[in-house]
Ligand binder design. Structure first.
Ligand code: SF4
Ligand code: FES
Length: 248
C-alpha cells in the first residue's frame, strides 16, 4: 500500500503545532500501525529529519501508552483494541490517514503525538489503592467469599489500562469512565470497603482539580474504550459518591 500520512508535529509544549504530510510506500497489510510509524521514522532519520515522537511500550494492548487519534477516532477505526493492536489491513492503498495526539486540556502535548497523562496518575494516587497488611499475616484472598457477579464486575472494571481514550473521545474531555472503573474495581470487593468513602470523594475531587470536564451521558467513551469498560461503572461511582457525600 502507498499512503499519505498527515501527522501532528509540535516541537514542545510551548510552541504551536501543525499537520505535516508524509508519503509512505510499500506498507504491508500485516504491519501493525506502530510498525508502520517505525518504518516512517527510519526513513525520516535517513533523510536527516527529526523522527515523529509517539508513545508506546508493551505493544500488546496492556500498558495503555499508545495514545493516538487516527482519522478522528481514539485508537483508530477498529473496536475493542489499542493503537498497537491496530493493523494496516484496516486501511487501503491510496488512503490518507490523519494522526493526532489525544486532545484534552488535562493532557497537554509534550511533543508531536506524545501527551502528558500524569493527571491520571494523580487521580490514582488520590484513592486508587487499598491498604492491606503485607507483613506476613495477610489473609488468603480465597478465604473471603465474594458474590460471583460482583467478582466478575470488579474484574471487568480492573481491565481499564488507563489509556485515556475515553477522555480524548468525550466532547467534554470527561474522565468519568476511567475514574469510575478505578472506583468500581474496589467498591465491589470487601477488601475495598475500608477506604471506600474517602476513595470516591478524593478521586472525584482530584479529577475535578485536573481540569477534566463533566459527564453528559453521551456514551462515546464506552464505544471507543479498548477494554469495553461499561457506563454502568459511572452510575456506580455516582451512587458511591452520593452515599459518601451524605456520610461525609
Ligand atoms: S476506561 Fe477505557 S478508554 Fe478510559 S482509560 Fe480505561 S481503558 Fe482507556
Ligand atoms: S503500547 Fe501498550 S497498550 Fe499499546
Amino acid at each position: 500500500m502507498n499512503l499519505t500520512l498527515k501527522i501532528w508535529r509540535q516541537k514542545n509544549a510551548k510552541e504551536n503545532g501543525e499537520m505535516v504530510d508524509y508519503q509512505i510506500a510499500d506498507v504491508s497489510p500485516d504491519m501493525s500501525f506502530l510498525e508502520m510509524l517505525d518504518v516512517l521514522n527510519d526513513e525520516l532519520i535517513e533523510k536527516g529529519i527529526e523522527p515523529v515522537a509517539f508513545d508506546h511500550d508493551c505493544r500488546e494492548g496492556i500498558c495503555g501508552m499508545c495514545s493516538l487519534y487516527i482519522n478522528g477516532e481514539a485508537h483508530g477505526p477498529d473496536r475493542g483494541i489499542t493503537t498497537c493492536q491496530l493493523h494496516m489491513r484496516k486501511f487501503k492503498d491510496g488512503d490518507t490517514i490523519y494522526i493526532e495526539p489525544f486532545r484534552a486540556k488535562a493532557f497537554p502535548v509534550i511533543k508531536d503525538l506524545v501527551v502528558d497523562r500524569s493527571a491520571f496518575d494523580r487521580v490514582q494516587h488520590a484513592g486508587g489503592f487499598i491498604s492491606i497488611n503485607t507483613s506476613g499475616n495477610t489473609q488468603d484472598a480465597n478465604a473471603i467469599p465474594i458474590n460471583k457477579n460482583n467478582a466478575d464486575a470488579a474484574f471487568d472494571a480492573a481491565t481499564c489500562i488507563g489509556c485515556g481514550a475515553c477522555v480524548a473521545t468525550c466532547k467534554n474531555s470527561s474522565a468519568m469512565l476511567f475514574v469510575s472503573a478505578k472506583v468500581s474495581q474496589f467498591a465491589l470487593l470487601p477488601q475495598g470497603q475500608v477506604e471506600a468513602t474517602d476513595r470516591v470523594l478524593n478521586m472525584v475531587k482530584q479529577m475535578d482539580e485536573e481540569g477534566f470536564g463533566n459527564c453528559t451521558n453521551t456514551g462515546a467513551c464506552e464505544v471507543e474504550c479498548p477494554k469495553g469498560i461499561s457506563l454502568e461503572n459511572i452510575a456506580r461511582m455516582n451512587r458511591e459518591f452520593l452515599v459518601a457525600s451524605l456520610k461525609g
